[in-house]
Every structure is written in C-alpha cells, then in structure tokens.
Design a protein around this ligand. Structure first.
Ligand code: FDA
Length: 394
C-alpha cells in the first residue's frame, strides 16, 4: 500500500549537510522530511577525526576550498562561520579542544555531534525515514520522492545531500550526480581527493622500504604548498601533507617534496664536510633526517666519508632532499579518499541558497557540490554552511 505525505522540504542524505539543513529548516517552522538509505544518520561524522570529529577549523576562508569557481563558497561560508558551529557545540555542552593548524575536535566522541544534530532536528519536528533507498525522484508541480519501501512523499523543495563517492562501504553513492543528470545540470568530473598516492618504479622500492616512517615535509604543486607530516606506505605516500597535495593533482601531474623544511641541506652537508670530513655521508644526512630515510637516500656502498665526496655530489643529494620531484602512478581511489573533488558544477547553483538556477526548489549541498575543502575541518564547515544556506531557503 502506498502512503502519501506532503512536506515543505524533502532532504535526501542524513550526513553532515543534510542534518544541518533539516535542523535549520525544521526549527524555522518548515515541515521537513529527512531520508537516508543507511539505518543510522551521520556515518562519516562518526568515524571522522579518528572518532573525535575534526568538526570545524578556527578559520575557514574561501581559499581553503577548491572549486571551479573559487568565489562560489564565499557567500554561504560568510553567513555560517566556524564561530556559529562552535557556539552550537558550546550550547550543547560538548567539550572540545584545538589541535594543530586551528583544527577543532571533540574531547569525547564524534557521536556527540550526531546526537546534537539529531536533537536539533527533533526539536524542529523533522520526520525521519532511515534505512530506505530512493526508488525514484520526479518533478510535477511538486517534487515526488518514492522510496523503495513504497512510500510517496511530495514537496515544493528537494535538497540533495547525499555527498560524494568516497568510502562506498559507509553508504556513499553517486545519487547526487544521477539527479543532476536527470535535471540536466552540469557536472565537474568527480575524482578522489585527500587521498594517499601510489607510485611505481623507480620510487616505489624506496617508499616501500620506508613504510611506516613519518617525517615533516613541505609538499608543493604549483601555488599549493603544505608543511605537514608525510608517511611512507607500502604503496607510496600518505599523511596530511600528501592528502592535501593530492587534491591539487591531475593524473600525470608531478609535485615536489622538501624533506628538510626550513633548513638548507646543501649548506649543512658542506659544513659537515669542512668540520668533520671523516664521518660517513649517510651519518651526516641522518643528523637531519629520520635514520631510515637518510640511509635509503645515501646507501652505504655509495657513501665514502663525506670529506671524499665532491661538492657536486653533495649538491645533487641536497637537491634530492629538498626538491624531490615525484610523479604518482595514481591514488588509492575512492575506497581510501577522504573526500570527492568535483561534483555538481557551481555555475548551475545559486551561491546564496544552493538552489539550481534552472530547477526551482532543487538544492544541492555539502560534498555533492564542486567545493572541496582542505584537510582540517574545512569539509564539515562547508557541509554546515551550505546546509544552513539551503535550510534557510526552503
Ligand atoms: P555525507 O557523506 O556525510 O552524507 C551523505 C549521506 O547521504 C549519507 O548519510 C549517505 O548514507 C546518504 N546517501 C548516499 N547515497 C544515498 C542514496 N542513494 N540514497 C539515500 N541516501 C544516500 N571532514 C572534516 O571536516 N573533518 C574530519 O575530521 C573529517 N574526517 C573524515 C574522515 C573520513 C574517514 C572520511 C571518509 C571523511 C572525513 N571528512 C572529514 C570529510 C567529511 O566526512 C565529508 O566531507 C562530509 O561528511 C560531507 O558531508 P555530506 O553531508 O555532504 O555527505
């Protein structure tokens, strides 16, 4: 039997953006339905930040976001700031702390963020339908959403908050992209971002041999530059610096890694050559780099005492240390990507309301949209801000 219910807004996707949109619209008196095919809301919030959720950053200027239109995110970000989310968290008595680079985490657990948003939705009278897939979306005078359990819901506003493709095992699907296609909206090709990079020969054997070794680096690609930790893995490179730079790379692009940020490797090696000519080159290098890495870069058999090593060889080694040029073979893909770059082309959306310019009432928010934040709480801030914008508009 088919039940039929009318709402002011139907929101598909009970992740960060959908929960925020539902809470905002519900609390402003709108009749809201929030649907998700997962049995529980906020799967990604729950695992974020190692279970403590890096729920925002102290500052979220638009230059921390990648988009075909770097100005698009400004409007929503300026109307719902990190301070607004911090105030919400504080009102709910959730204790938090700041880590490096302005990143804010719960002291307790990410569950507190989901509980807070669900309470906000309940206070706003939001109706939930979790654990049911969407069979069809059509538009007549209203949007019609038919669930796989046979219910039919109608509303003048439909908000698509189903996120991107990263981590399918948590429920990620290309639903938003299919709706965009159905309504003839343009797309920017979705690609894995904030993702570990994979390499093949000649770099992989060295990386594999160092698997598990962390070091602080500067990773640079064009104007993008990140000074953070890097981790060698059995397939290549990971760690925050690498995840950050991955969002800026297209297939085949190269980037450089400075393994000795803030220092001058050439001068340091030349100084050691003058003052302590008898020590081995690898020993000299290990004074500046993790030992396993220094030994990999200066293998014993090629390493006479530093005093017998020509300045040219030292310069070449220093260049390798500070301008290590790397071309990834690929990435670890959507299975390991923290986010999806690309998505619904912002040209098709209002930056004020997130509504499709050519399809009145249809909104896209969160990661489904071609706005991708840096690592560090920015993706949630975009989810909160875009969710708030749509929640106010419906
Ligand atoms: P989100 O993916 O959160 O929600 C989409 C919802 O739609 C899900 O509930 C899903 O089940 C539902 N859905 C999908 N397809 C559907 C369909 N066909 N039918 C019905 N429902 C459907 N960011 C950050 O700022 N700080 C952090 O600490 C982290 N940490 C982190 C760790 C890991 C491991 C990952 C994978 C990601 C992060 N992120 C993060 C990124 C952050 O989680 C992400 O950007 C936001 O959750 C995006 O919010 P959305 O609401 O847009 O999508």
């Amino acid at each position: 039997m088919t039940t039929e219910t009318k709402f002011d807004a139907i929101i598909i996707g009970a992740g960060a953006a959908g929960l925020m949109a539902a809470m905002t619209a519900g609390q402003s008196g709108k009749r809201v339905l929030l649907l998700d095919h997962n049995a529980e809301p906020g799967a990604k919030i729950l695992i974020s930040g190692g279970g403590r959720s890096n729920f925002t950053n102290r500052e979220a200027p638009a230059n921390r976001f990648i988009s075909g239109n770097p100005h698009f995110a400004k409007s929503a970000l300026s109307r719902y700031k990190p301070a607004d989310f911090i105030a919400l968290v504080d009102r709910h008595g959730i204790a938090w702390h700041e880590k490096t680079l302005g990143q804010l985490f719960c002291d307790g657990s990410a569950q507190q963020i989901v509980t807070m948003l669900m309470k906000g939705c309940r206070d706003g009278g939001v109706t939930f339908r979790f654990g049911t897939g969407i069979a069809a979306v059509t538009r007549q005078s209203l949007f019609h959403v038919k669930t796989e359990s046979g219910e039919l819901f109608k509303a003048p506003n439909l908000v698509i908050a189903t996120g991107g493709l990263s981590i399918p095992k948590l429920g990620a699907t290309g639903f938003a992209y299919r709706i965009a296609e159905q309504f003839d909206l343009p797309m920017v090709k979705p690609e894995p971002a904030l993702v570990p990079l994979t390499f093949d020969a000649p770099d992989l054997p060295l990386m594999r041999g160092l698997s598990g070794t962390p070091c602080e680096v500067v990773a640079t690609a064009g104007k993008a530059r990140f000074r953070e930790a890097m981790l060698f893995t059995h397939r290549g490179l990971s760690g925050p610096a690498i995840l950050q730079i991955s969002s800026y790379l297209r297939p085949g692009d190269s980037f450089t890694v400075d393994l000795l940020p803030g220092a001058n490797a050439r001068e340091a090696l030349l100084a050691t050559k003058r003052t302590r000519p008898r020590i081995a080159l690898r020993t000299a290098l290990a004074e500046h780099l993790p030992q396993r890495l220094a030994h990999a870069l200066a293998p014993e058999e090629q390493a006479p005492p530093i005093g017998e090593t020509s300045d040219k060889v030292l310069s070449a080694l220093a260049e390798r240390v500070q301008q290590w040029r790397l071309t990834p073979e690929g990435t670890e893909g959507f299975a390991k990507a923290e986010v999806t770059r690309g998505g619904i082309d912002t040209a098709a959306l209002s930056s004020q309301t997130m509504e499709a310019k050519d399809v009145p009432g249809l909104h896209f928010i969160g990661e489904a949209v071609d706005v991708t934040g840096w690592l560090g709480g920015y993706n949630f801030q975009w989810a909160w801000a875009s969710g708030f914008a749509a929640g106010q508009s419906v």
